[in-house]
Design a protein around this ligand. Structure first.
Ligand SMILES: [Ca+2]
Length: 176
């Protein structure tokens, strides 16, 4: 058996083992409240990031996250969770990506809220900085009303045009 075949063999074993864990979780857990595929536990939350599907903030907010069995775009209201989420995205090689999160100031400029209506924490360590003088996002006024984790700003928050569809992925969350 060549080295590559061996690698493929162990790769298949790993996939098998992972599948088994997920299966037994879903059997022993409460299926109505559990974190089931395509959602998976990341940093203690039930999340789904499809790296093959980009789209506008509204597409994920009003359709995609619910259509895939989740609730909405992710709420990132805890600094430790943000750090763990950034570490996860980095560990799978997507640290340069752009990812919608649930924060928006669409309904009232400058008043950032999560999908459940709770206020978004402003400043460090959530929002990124830019430029020579380390100005801090949000900076787009009424033109930019939806937040991303910005791979150009170390995956801190940046306000972005909500109707950007190209190369922005959504981080969906299922409340469990
Ligand atoms: Ca705005």
């Amino acid at each position: 058996m060549s080295r590559y075949l061996l690698l493929a063999f162990f790769g298949a074993l790993t996939v098998e083992a992972t599948t088994h864990v997920n299966l037994s979780d879903s059997i022993s857990g409460d299926s109505s409240g559990g974190c089931s595929s395509p959602y998976t536990m990341v940093a203690g939350r039930c999340l789904y990031i499809n790296f093959a599907t980009s789209g506008t903030w509204d597409r994920f907010h009003s359709m995609y996250c619910k259509d895939t069995g989740g609730n909405d775009l992710v709420t990132v209201d805890d600094a430790n969770f943000l750090a763990d989420l950034v570490q996860y995205i980095t560990s799978i090689g997507w640290q340069d990506g752009l990812f919608w999160i649930g924060a928006s100031d669409k309904s009232h400029e400058g008043h950032w809220i999560w999908p459940n209506g709770s206020p978004v924490k402003m400043g460090t360590p959530f929002w990124g900085t830019y430029g020579c003088y380390n100005q801090q996002y949000p900076d787009g006024g009424t033109n930019e009303n939806c937040a991303i984790l910005d791979g150009n700003a170390n995956l801190y928050f940046n306000d972005f045009k909500c109707d950007t569809a190209l190369a922005v992925f959504g981080i969906c969350e299922k409340n469990i």
